[in-house]
Design a protein around this ligand. Structure first.
Ligand SMILES: [Zn+2]
Length: 263
């Protein structure tokens, strides 16, 4: 699943194409959106801002209309020069916005909706999100710790970090990498994790996620080094103990950690 850095990277690529521009054309090829009349509702309106919160991306239009997207497991944003070959088949495009000689395309997007700015502020799913791990200039540590302490104290820290109501934007990769960076066992219960330790996880992943978000498309698909994620059985870069892997939480997402130096 795309994590916050992937979504911010997409926003960074979309911004120069759409921000300040009135799209030449807006298409909603997916049958599900055929009756929504978005092209008519958005016609002639400039995109005022492209921003993100965790794994959510927002295209804000003049007149207080907002296109909200969340990619879940399958979706992707892409920016192509107009006329170039798309990275996925055109029948998988749910939304196409043309401006400044480029096509901005959302493929296979399970959450795609047009809402008013007012609704986006009060929408339960959006208003309930925890602080954005990538927020600039500063991460809202106070809100993060408050949400963390409201949670079940027996829950493992690794599982809690995936909860977007506690912190928005961390997924399975950065959860594993953050716990490794802070030398915390992802299975340790929240009641045994100090505030400083929980913040150390965020402080470890923030700069790495930002570097990943700022990496250009040509820099390869993995613009950061992984220490534990997807490295089961290989030596820990810090202590050489073989990396362990096991499903965790209600969704049984595989957690990777080093039993040698994470405790
Ligand atoms: Zn280790």
């Amino acid at each position: 699943m795309p994590e916050g850095d992937t979504i911010l990277r997409a926003a960074n690529r979309i911004r120069p194409v759409l921000e300040g521009a009135v799209p030449d054309e807006i298409l909603t090829p997916q049958a599900r959106h055929a009756r929504d009349r978005w092209p008519q509702r958005l016609r002639g309106r400039a995109v005022t801002r492209v921003d993100t919160h965790g794994k959510h991306l927002f295209l804000r239009f003049e007149g207080g209309l907002v296109l909200h997207s969340h990619l879940r497991m399958t979706g992707a944003w892409a920016v192509h020069p107009h006329g170039a070959r798309w990275r996925r088949a055109s029948r998988r495009a749910w939304l196409v916005l043309r401006a400044r000689g480029h096509d901005v395309v959302e493929f296979d997007g399970p959450v795609l909706e047009l809402m008013t700015a007012g609704r986006s502020r009060f929408d339960q799913r959006l208003a309930g999100l925890g602080p954005d791990v990538l927020a600039e200039p500063a991460f809202d540590a106070e809100r993060f710790l408050r949400r963390l302490r409201e949670d079940d104290p027996t829950r493992g820290i690794g599982d809690a970090l995936l909860d977007q109501r506690i912190v928005a934007g961390i997924g399975n990769i950065w959860k594993a990498e953050g716990c490794w960076g802070a030398q915390i066992d992802p299975w340790r219960a929240l009641r045994d994790v100090s505030d400083d330790e929980a913040l150390a996880v965020v402080e470890h992943v923030r700069p790495r996620m930002r570097r990943s978000a700022e990496a250009t498309a040509g820099a390869g698909r993995r613009p950061y080094d992984r220490h534990v994620y997807d490295r089961a059985g290989r030596p820990c870069p810090r202590c050489a103990t073989p990396i362990a892997a096991r499903g965790q939480g209600d969704d049984n997402r595989t957690t990777f950690w080093c039993p040698g130096c994470q405790c």
